[in-house]
Write a protein that binds this ligand. Structure first.
Ligand code: ADP
Ligand code: MG
Length: 225
């Protein structure tokens, strides 16, 4: 599903190498947690595999596409059809209900037929335990519930890959636990899931844990080939 060969990243031509010659392969339907100290390059790596940024060097393939060969429009299309993103601070649109947030995500990409969007949004919200809150605004639900809605939204366009950057970083442990349950919906729907986290509870659920230090992989536990 994801293949990196000799991938390096610098943010400026003379700047430091934030990722150093990474080789990494992730199987389809894997659940990978990405850990490591602050500044080790976790978010940078997640942004590369999610098509949000590009490598400086090396080859990066995701879902059979060579991301280095895509221009900005191509990358945007790649993200729309293949990637769901979950942020630390949820980033739901505040003036839309949870259901409308999901429907809007489908409207933007246009892959799900219009007539199916509302039912699909309701079904996805149900899968993350939010069936009863579908018509609430984000401000009318808790942080953990917003994050579960964001996970449902990430699934709206049937992505083959879901990436999440410290999705429980802003939640108490009970809410975080329910957010982790919601990630089960991602796995059950057959998507590959990569989660950047400091939370040992996430790493415990993942089937593989990759640890970065200074832009290099230092441990890689649970690899399934
Ligand atoms: P992590 O997510 O593991 O904390 P990051 O990938 O955010 O690490 O950052 C890795 C390194 O790259 C850090 O030294 C950080 O300061 C630098 N960095 C991250 N984003 C940028 C950017 N947009 N411009 C310049 N440097 C950046
Ligand atoms: Mg980060």
């Amino acid at each position: 599903m994801i293949r990196l060969r000799g991938v390096s990243k610098r943010y400026a031509p003379e700047g430091p190498c934030v990722l150093r010659q990474l080789d990494l392969q992730v199987a389809q339907r894997a659940y990978v947690s990405l850990t490591g100290p602050s500044g080790s390059g976790k978010s940078t790596l997640l942004n590369l595999v999610g098509g949000l940024d590009r490598p400086t060097e090396g080859r990066l393939e995701v879902a059979g596409q060579d991301l280095g060969a895509l221009d900005e429009d191509g990358l945007a299309r790649f993200r729309g059809t293949h990637v769901g993103v979950v942020f630390q601070f949820f980033q739901l649109l505040p003036s839309l209900s949870l259901l409308e947030n999901l429907r809007f995500a489908m409207d933007v990409v246009g892959a799900v037929p219009r007539a199916q969007r509302s039912d699909r949004a309701r079904a996805l919200l149900g899968e993350v335990g939010l069936a009863d809150l579908a018509d609430r605004l984000p401000s009318q639900v808790s942080g953990g519930q917003q994050q579960r809605a964001a996970i449902a939204r990430a699934l709206a366009n049937e992505p083959s890959l879901v990436v999440a950057d410290e999705p429980t970083g802003n939640l108490d442990s009970a809410s975080a636990g329910r957010v982790l349950d919601a990630f089960d919906a991602v796995v059950q729907r057959g998507a590959t899931l990569v989660v950047v986290t400091h939370d040992p509870a996430v790493a415990a659920r993942a089937d593989r844990t990759v640890q970065l230090v200074d832009g290099r992989v230092v441990t890689d536990v649970g690899v399934v080939s």
